[in-house]
Design a protein around this ligand. Sequence first.
Ligand code: SF4
Length: 254
Amino acid sequence: MTALSRSGLPGLDYALNPYMGCFHACIYCYARLYTRDKRVSENWGRVVIVKENLLEVLNSEVKRLKRGVVGVGTITDAYQPVETVFKLTREAVRILLNNGFRVSIQTKSPLILRDIDVLSASKELVDIGFTITSVICGRSRQVEPNAPCPESRIDALRRLSKLGFNTWVFYGPIIPGFNDDEDTITLLVDIASETNSVLYYDPLHFKPFMRNPKHPLHPLFASRTFQERITRAINHLRNECLERGVQCKGGFEY
Ligand code: SF4
């Protein structure tokens, strides 16, 4: 097993995923497609494997690998509920920062606040992004059943921003009929503006597992207005960002 794998994601040199699988169980999650272990990928949201020797492997890798940017939690949320017990993310981030690697953390969990002490020690090497797909908890539960409510993510974002961390918001996936409305967009721009965060957006990408007629996103496949609604939402978002002086980028634009 390796701890750091090469990343093809924009802006990242390496990926670090302390857990395989994710209890947050988002119905749109693409990570299951990149998870080789079938016990996890075929039971997405119900099985999480802890990489118990991660820290040992990482300690040896950081000595020989070139310094770079490490995406923490690219195919899991590194702040899983089990992280409260295992503390693998906390210790891995500490090792990376102590060895001069930059870390870019994307999460849906306020559990990251537990690690403010570790992150603050090398603030200039850290950026932190929160995925916020809706600002209403009841609504976000429809697509992210076990993830912490957006209110708690927004509070955590505010706190980290006030502490001077480089923060960002990820508005994705944009799902017509769920979060493409103007009120959601305005509130997200408000939050990004208040916290001085870059706002990234990304539309829903259709994946084979969504083709199952029982999948809740299946009806969107047949929707003739899908693309039109996505375009309208992105245009609205871009205009609002421009008016408010918020930096706004496509999730895969750099
Ligand atoms: S939090 Fe991220 S990794 Fe976890 S299920 Fe949701 S989208 Fe997938």
